[in-house]
Ligand binder design. Sequence first.
Ligand SMILES: Nc1ncnc2c1ncn2[C@@H]1O[C@H](COP(=O)(O)OP(=O)(O)OP(=O)(O)O)[C@@H](O)[C@H]1O
Ligand SMILES: [Mg+2]
Length: 327
Amino acid sequence: MIHARGLTRRFKVGKGVVDAVRGLDIDVAEGQLVAFLGPNGAGKSTSLRMLTSLLPPTSGTATVAGRDVVSDPAGVRARIGYVGQKSSAGENFRVRDELVTQARCYGLRRAEARRRADEVLALLDLEALATRKPGTLSGGQRRRLDIALGLIHRPGLLFLDEPSTGLDPQSRANIWEHILRLRAEHGTTLFLTTHYLEEADTMAERVVIIDHGRIIADGTAEQLKGELAGDRVTVTVHDEPEAARAAEVAARIAGSDAVTVERRTVRLRVPHAGRTLPEYLRSLDASGVKVATAETARPTLDDVFLALTGRSLRESDESHGTAPHGA
Ligand SMILES: Nc1ncnc2c1ncn2[C@@H]1O[C@H](COP(=O)(O)OP(=O)(O)OP(=O)(O)O)[C@@H](O)[C@H]1O
Ligand SMILES: [Mg+2]
């Protein structure tokens, strides 16, 4: 469905340049659900805009839904849907009229356009809101309308740029229900960006991480976590000098990594916590360190990002969540 090679985009900003995307290579098979993750400014939206033919690449090639984004942008647009980071619905027309107009733009006859508008209203549970104006909708309702607009011409491939950003957890879950249903009932290929790592982890079958315009990880969430992050071990002891000793012991464990101490808590990463924790506790006991609590946790996608870049994606996620842009 998507085949991109060496896709790059450079923006001129004043006298300088910004290399927003630096050589994107990606293949997405029909029916896949791909989550595209990365911090603010990583190049997610720019990549999506190139793949949807909305922005010409500086160099590189991409075929999307069988059409070349540069030589046949109209062909690409006829076959894909795109839900941008900002809401695309106007303010002045009622929800159903907005959908009918959009359908007419794709060349459907009036009666057909009305029928299709009613179909997508049902698909996104928007029937009760058909005569409202978009300006009066809640954030989640409006996002559902954006998705309905993106689906009006029955595309086999849908791009969604942060479909759930800024919504409350319940609306986010609702958006996801609709996204998963699209795939289950219509076999739609979905390529979406999100800042919510848990969403990508549990919903997507494939996770692609981009940072500074380059793909730095690509696989299932389980693969990435297993290969790149390792399990987390957290041990608390009774005082700070003991914590320092516990950290020294931790650093000597085979395969241990990222040992940190915060007051009475020592954290580290190991390949297999189930095997390592008993060994660590025995060594602590032998060194005379008394352990108060010990916990292990499976890695998260944030641990993957941390392992790859030394930075946390969650920090940008949180700042993002409090200041959503767009919808
Ligand atoms: N039209 C433009 N002109 C100049 N620079 C741009 C333009 N669009 C994007 N950029 C820059 O390109 C980089 C990538 O931006 P992009 O919007 O693709 O990031 P993103 O991953 O979608 O981030 P976010 O999570 O904040 O949406 C950023 O440094 C951004 O400032
Ligand atoms: Mg973006």
